[in-house]
Design a binder for this molecule. Structure first.
Ligand code: CMC
Length: 392
């Protein structure tokens, strides 16, 4: 067995080889299959980004059309899935509904043996991407006590999501081009991020040979935590507390630095990015532009900008190389298009689904894949005597 080297939080451990996403944390570079995130954010639809991640190349016209129709065919939930929604309490967290429903989806979708061949896999991938969105919107509808809205076949991915969220019977919601564009960009920016906690979870589960749905559902649960995808909700809660006058931005920063409260500056810091997170830069500009185009103001955006300024002028953050991450400005965009705060982490999950699928495929396609099985440094007692029950 030899001596085990502990690498706390796997900060310096490469867990796999991967050809999907490249990150250079020193220089703030992020590329999907070699394509810079800045180009994808402006030009790419979420679905072609998904195809790029999963199949390795930007799709041509024919491939786009084919995948689009697979998504359309697979966007509605099986009638019986609807019954599951009735079983959740109305205040259930949408992430708990999403992970449970993705697990359940396995039993309604293709039989397991069919999605290991190329066509079956394509269909399962399309089904998962389409239905994650449908489940998310349906969980919102059951939470607010409104009937579930079916997808429309003439809308693109982002427009369709907003339709399923905000249409009511006899009144269809038409997203504005600005809203659809902003949501598309949000999803593109979240689509993959190499070995983050949820993606590593998906790969770990996949390495045992578990099916796509089981692996992705595990990813949803890993994303839920406040240090990962849950941070986007926490950022808005933090900004709201400041807005409601509970404290100033300086008070908040002082509280974080004091460390006694355990409070963190949510939406700040990243394991890999040490100078800036390119996604945060794109989202900060996009938030500005979206609010301008919609002719609305959001006091939380001003507070976020001020908080960033105060933190970046403070040695605590500078010396630790902490900068805004993807979650710092994304919530401002989601708020502007009307997404409720408790859906924010689900929005992250919808965006990350193509990445999880791409990583599941990479693991499953590897004929030399070994099961993930890290070691540990044991710190318990060396040898304990068995004590009979009546002597304890
Ligand atoms: N606020 C205050 N201090 C911080 C923060 C923060 N947001 N982030 C890191 N630090 C401090 C940390 O206390 C430590 O200080 P010291 O060395 O004195 O003990 C130092 O900076 C290094 O931090 P770390 O916790 O070792 O860093 P990590 O790489 O283990 O954690 C992180 C990365 C993102 C979990 C962490 O920065 C964090 O908790 N940030 C807030 C939550 C957040 O925004 N998460 C979203 C991450 S990006 C999208 C995603 O992955 O979902």
């Amino acid at each position: 067995t030899g001596l085990i080297t502990l690498d706390d939080g796997y900060a310096n451990t490469g867990s796999c080889s991967s050809a999907i996403t490249f990150i250079d944390g020193e220089n703030g570079i992020l590329r999907y299959r070699g394509v810079p995130i800045e180009d994808l954010a402006v030009n790419s639809s979420f679905i072609e980004t998904a195809e790029l991640l999963i199949f390795g190349e930007l799709p041509d016209e024919e491939e786009r059309a084919e995948f689009r129709s697979l998504l359309t065919e697979n966007s509605a939930l099986h009638q019986d899935m609807g019954k599951h929604f009735d079983g959740f309490p109305t205040n259930a967290h949408p992430m708990s509904i999403l992970s449970a429903m993705i697990s359940a989806l396995q039993s309604h979708d293709l039989p397991e043996h069919q999605f290991t061949d190329a066509n079956g896999f394509r269909e399962a991938a399309a089904s998962l991407i389409a239905k994650t969105r449908t489940i998310a919107a349906a969980s919102y509808k059951s939470h607010v006590g409104q009937p579930i809205i079916y997808p429309r076949y003439d809308l693109n991915y982002a427009e369709n999501f907003l339709h399923m969220m905000f249409s009511v019977p006899y009144r269809d919601y038409e997203a504005t081009p600005e809203e659809a564009h902003a949501l598309n960009m949000f999803l593109v920016l979240h689509a993959d991020h190499e070995q983050n906690c949820s993606t590593s979870t998906v790969r770990m589960v996949a390495s045992s040979g578990a099916n796509l749905y089981a692996s992705v559902s595990a990813g949803v649960n890993a994303l839920w935590g406040p240090l990962h995808g849950g941070a986007n909700m926490q950022v808005i809660e933090m900004l709201e507390r400041i807005r409601q006058g509970a404290m100033t931005t300086r008070d908040y920063v002082a509280r974080v630095k004091d460390r006694k409260s355990g409070a963190k500056l949510m939406g700040f810091g990243h394991r890999v990015y040490r100078n800036f997170d390119p996604r945060a830069r794109i989202l900060k500009d996009a938030a500005d532009r979206l609010l301008d185009a919609m002719h609305v103001t959001d006091p939380l955006l001003d507070i976020a900008r001020e908080l960033e300024q105060v933190a970046l002028a403070d040695d605590y953050f500078v010396s630790r190389r902490l900068y805004p991450n993807v979650d710092f400005y994304s919530g401002i965009i989601l708020r502007a298009i009307g997404i409720p705060v408790d859906m924010f982490t689900v929005m992250f999950a919808i965006g990350r689904t193509p990445g999880w699928i791409a990583h599941w495929k990479e693991v499953t396609d590897n004929p030399r894949q070994r099961i993930y099985r890290p070691r540990q440094v044991y710190t318990g007692p060396e040898l304990s005597p068995w004590v009979p029950r009546d002597e304890r």
